[in-house]
Design a protein around this ligand. Sequence first.
Ligand SMILES: Cc1cc2nc3c(=O)[nH]c(=O)nc-3n(C[C@H](O)[C@H](O)[C@H](O)COP(=O)(O)O)c2cc1C
Length: 198
Amino acid sequence: MNWGKPNPRIAAHEVDAMFIDRWSPRSFLDKELTDEQIASLFEAARWSPSCFNDQPWHFRYARSDTDRVLFSEPLTEKNRLWAMRAPLLIYLLARLHFAGSSKPNRHNSFDAGAAWMSLALQARRLGLYAHAMAGFDVKKAHEVLNVPEDEYTVMAAIAVGYRGRASLLTEELAAMESPNCRKTYSEVVGEGVVVPKG
Ligand SMILES: Cc1cc2nc3c(=O)[nH]c(=O)nc-3n(C[C@H](O)[C@H](O)[C@H](O)COP(=O)(O)O)c2cc1C
């Protein structure tokens, strides 16, 4: 793939290319997804692991023009600008308590995150890209989705579609439209306990 700039994504160790290949573009083609593609994304997410196999995630999606306008309302203006073009907009909810119980599920966000990543990797398998967003008004998202705040938290919005040309974006966003880098391996991994400095 030609990014137009030097590719900053060089793996430090042997790893399946799918992990490097996934990234979050903002330019999407105005091209609909098939029922099978949509089902395949959520099927991947459905098989994610979770604490006590509680599966606290729930996905609501919009693909019609009417629904996408509705789903884009809670987004920040900056996100709405590009995410509106994506043919599929999703909200990922996480149940606050274990199913059928009043016990809080401390790992609901961890589990919902695993489900999001499965969806994002499956998107690449289908030739698509998924871009998660935290930039939305959570209260408004609850209202739009008609989801009670004491049962679920709206964890993230997700745009999915085929990647479009950077020139479809504003100049500011177009300048950011390439895969980014990561901290070094040793910054995020260590063996044994943390040794106090000094
Ligand atoms: C939970 C979450 C929230 C994010 N929120 C936004 C957002 O509101 N707007 C945006 O443009 N990108 C958002 N991103 C995308 C991140 O900026 C992006 O994942 C990060 O820079 C790493 O780049 P990559 O996904 O291309 O590898 C979000 C990603 C995650 C996982």
